[in-house]
Design a protein around this ligand. Structure first.
Ligand code: SR1
Length: 325
């Protein structure tokens, strides 16, 4: 890959090897995240090595070791379980490799973390739930502990419940696997069947929301429940806006932008620039009503209507092209 004129070393020469090591690659969010990372890497002449995630902690650990042996200059760790990778990440840092994490708390002062302001994201979705349903309802909640973004969103859910004592969590369930939506759907069916008074489901991951929607449709109760989620993709927009959909709002960033920001952060570190320890990409609230009224059918439509959705001014520099796509 060609170097960039006027860029600091080593980006002036091009071909800088960077590894993107994911814990999860399946699903719209992660595919779009990787597409954004690739697009930004291409613009910076980076030789990006993508290690696909298979929800396997041992494999992710091994991939970090492989990246160290490949002689990469930087590594982006996209999700993961801190307890299984913390020591190999430290090995990378000790070898002089610049590391950036996305949505995994490595508690390492040498490793900045990119995140989507998960507290705000959860707050936006829950405020909409109160607007639509009032402050008193029986809820289902989808959560799997151990994933940094879900843990942060959970902090907001717990705070929300303590501030809204008439919101009662009747069932808690969730699975993160290579079949997240269908496995969550099976659990949602059991939860709905045992708790017929659940009217609102907080499902702060689009694969969770998709599973809950499937369960509601299969049980014939799609007109009796409302789903509030995180994340957005073209497929999500179609599911949200279709006739009779119970999925009524989501709070989301553009995952491609988050991928691009992750690459920029590691590139800046490789170039010797200072990068803040916490790098935030802000979410927006997208309601079913607003999407329908604006005729938004795809992520591209959304970006056209909401220009701020396609850009982030987080971690940038004059030698980094401002426009991603
Ligand atoms: C299993 S964690 C899933 C979440 O990671 C990213 O933060 C996405 O927003 C998704 O909701």
């Amino acid at each position: 890959a060609a170097g960039i004129e006027g860029a600091p070393s080593p980006f002036d020469k091009g071909g800088v090897k960077i590894a993107l090591i994911s814990y999860i690659s399946a699903g719209d969010f992660f595919q779009s995240y990787q597409a954004g990372a690739k697009a930004q890497a291409n613009q910076l002449g980076i030789d990006l090595r993508i290690f696909p995630g298979k929800q396997n902690a041992a494999e992710q650990r091994e991939q970090i070791q492989q990246a160290i042996n490949l002689g990469v200059k930087g590594i982006v760790i996209d999700h993961g379980l801190p307890e299984s990778i913390g020591d190999v990440v430290q090995q990378a840092v000790d070898a002089g490799i610049k590391v950036v994490a996305f949505d995994v708390n490595l508690n390492n002062p040498a490793v900045p973390q990119v995140e989507q302001s998960d507290h705000e994201l959860a707050r936006l979705a829950l405020e909409q739930a109160v607007k639509d349903n009032g402050g008193s309802f029986k809820a289902g909640y989808v959560y799997v502990a151990g994933f940094a973004p879900l843990d942060r969103r959970n902090e907001t859910w717990e705070k929300f419940k303590s501030e809204n004592p008439a919101v009662v969590e009747k069932a808690r369930f969730g699975v993160v696997s290579d079949t997240t939506a269908t496995s969550t759907s099976d659990q949602a069916k059991a939860a709905f069947t045992a708790n017929r008074d659940i009217k609102v489901v907080f499902a702060p991951y689009d694969e969770f929301a998709r599973g809950v929607k499937l369960a509601a449709r299969d049980l014939g109760i799609a007109d009796k429940v409302k789903i509030y989620s995180a994340d957005v993709s073209t497929a999500d927009i179609q599911e949200i806006t279709e006739d009779g959909s119970p999925w009524v709002a989501t709070a989301a960033t553009n995952p491609a932008v988050v991928g691009a920001v992750s690459i920029r952060a590691v590139a800046l570190k490789v170039a010797g620039a200072d990068v803040p320890l916490q790098i935030v990409v802000k979410p927006v609230l997208l309601t079913q009503t607003a999407l329908r009224e604006a005729g938004v059918k795809t992520i591209e439509d959304l970006a056209a209507k909401l220009p701020s959705f396609s850009t982030s001014d987080a971690v940038t520099a004059d030698w980094i092209p401002a426009k991603l796509f």
